[in-house]
Design a protein around this ligand. Structure first.
Ligand code: EPZ
Length: 432
């Protein structure tokens, strides 16, 4: 098991380049299954969730090669299995995208239910609603989801909640369905648009991605494509906050400023300076940070995946801030860890009250999920003294070379291996 050891108190300065977006890549890689020819995907982040997606593709018979760093050539033409077993599916929540992709290609799929969940209840009823609307039948037994259809037919899909995963799966399953599919109350995140753009580059006919009504006119065949994944808005936002928390001055490269609007506006309210360029930005802080209220909502609102990081920043700001989680049931589990570092945070249901103390102290802490881990890194960088973060496998699921990038910016952060404790020896179940 590895952990990070951070000596806090160093200003971050210099330049950092953002990697491809995790939440786009984990949908685009399974989408390659729909193609009748090989595809080349570029700007793929080096993270464990991507490694798992690639392993699943290989286990199903795809030929995966990496001709250059962060570039994969995937030939799906030899895929002869339609099953993602428990052992692989439980390691990554996004394994559910294999349901939509396999169903869309072969009219059948068998994928294990994703395992336990650290963010509260994470149902997939809306995914199943979309598959049913397209004409598939599903059965759930022995922890497996089985989907099958004689043929898929375009249909009207109305989501009861705005769901990124269900919208992606509806796209994957409908691109080759006959006729017109209309997806209403769709999610609008940049990764939805990225998946739609990738599918369109293979010959799909998708209109309206990025709005709440998406129309898909089914096509018979999808051809190979060469496509680059968008930059990761959440990685960019995390580095912006790390710079702000250390009173730093950092240029963040390979970003799409439009994707960062809600984060940029909120940070400016907190007293962070931001200058936007075409595909980069400068973020710096001079002087005190001030309180703010933050409520997470689906895109274009403030992203839930930035909530723990901004809460860490607000512990350093003057005054009382209120952070309200509007997407997940339980996304404040990291608060106990920040309290160990001296943060004054009270949680009541989906609302956290943060009394800015202006400073944090290093402590041994544990990452309980991906973004919680990012928040602890930010807190550790800003804290006085040494912070040791355990369970960093969560962080490595979604951040490409986090410690290397932070070191380049002047952070004192090391990754060290510690022997497994007896009760840690069972494989961890990371499923965010
Ligand atoms: C995606 O999860 C992201 N994961 C999450 O990122 C992100 O937090 C989330 O979207 C919201 O932006 C990936 O893209 C792989 P949802 P997803 O379906 O698709 C409810 C990170 O840190 N819901 O949009 O699983 C659900 O309970 C991760 O990178 C249903 O009720 O999230 C939640 O309250 C964490 N029924 C809300 O919708 C369903 O069938 C939004 O969930 C599906 C969802």
């Amino acid at each position: 098991m590895d952990k990070f050891i951070i000596k806090g108190g160093r200003r971050l300065t210099g330049e950092v380049t953002i990697s491809g977006a995790k939440n786009a890549a984990v949908a685009i890689l399974p989408a390659v299954i729909l193609s009748d020819e090989p595809c080349i995907i570029e700007n793929v982040p080096s993270i464990s969730d991507v490694n798992i997606s690639l392993r699943i593709l290989e286990e199903m018979g795809a030929v995966v090669e990496s001709p250059a760093n962060n570039v994969y050539r995937i030939d799906p033409t030899h895929i002869d299995k339609y099953c993602v077993p428990y052992e692989t599916a439980r390691k990554m929540r996004a394994s559910y995208y294999f349901l939509g992709a396999l169903l869309g290609k072969f009219n059948k799929a068998r994928v294990s239910m994703p395992g336990g969940c650290p963010l509260g209840d994470r149902p997939i009823d809306q995914h199943l609603k979309a598959f049913s609307a397209l004409g598939a039948e599903y059965t759930l037994s022995q922890g497996m989801i089985d989907l099958k259809a004689d043929s898929l037919k375009g249909s009207q899909i109305f989501f009861d909640v705005v769901s990124v995963g269900a919208t992606m799966n509806a796209l994957l399953a409908s691109v080759k369905a006959s006729g017109l599919t209309v997806i209403e109350n769709a999610a609008k995140e940049p990764h939805i648009v990225d998946l739609a753009n990738f599918l369109n580059s293979m010959g799909a006919n998708i209109m309206g991605a990025g709005t709440d009504v998406i129309k898909v006119r089914g096509v018979e065949h999808l051809h190979g494509a060469n496509y680059a994944v968008i930059p990761d808005q959440i990685e960019a936002g995390t580095f912006m906050i790390a710079a702000a928390a250390t009173q730093g001055d950092v240029i963040i490269k390979n970003i799409i400023p439009k994707h960062l609007e809600s984060i940029t506006k909120k940070l400016e309210k907190i007293g962070v300076n931001i200058e936007l360029y075409d595909d980069s930005l400068r973020v710096w802080t001079e002087g005190p940070l001030v309180k703010a209220n933050v409520k997470t909502t689906p895109h274009p609102g403030f992203p839930t995946d930035m909530q723990p990081q901004i809460a860490a920043l607000l512990t350093l700001a003057e005054g009382t801030s209120i952070v309200t989680e509007g997407v997940w049931e339980q996304r404040f589990r990291y608060v106990d860890e920040l309290r160990r570092m001296g943060a004054d945070i009270t949680v009541n249901g989906k609302v956290a009250l943060i009394e800015g103390t202006g400073k944090l102290m290093g402590a041994p802490v544990k990452a309980c999920d991906l973004r919680a881990g990012a928040a602890l890194i930010i807190a550790g960088l800003a804290a006085q003294g040494i912070t040791e973060i355990e369970d960093i496998y969560h962080i490595e699921r979604g951040y490409d070379c986090m410690e290397g990038k932070l070191k380049e910016l002047g952070a004192d952060i090391e990754k060290v291996s510690i022997p497994d404790k007896l009760d840690d020896k069972n494989d961890k179940k990371a499923v965010v």
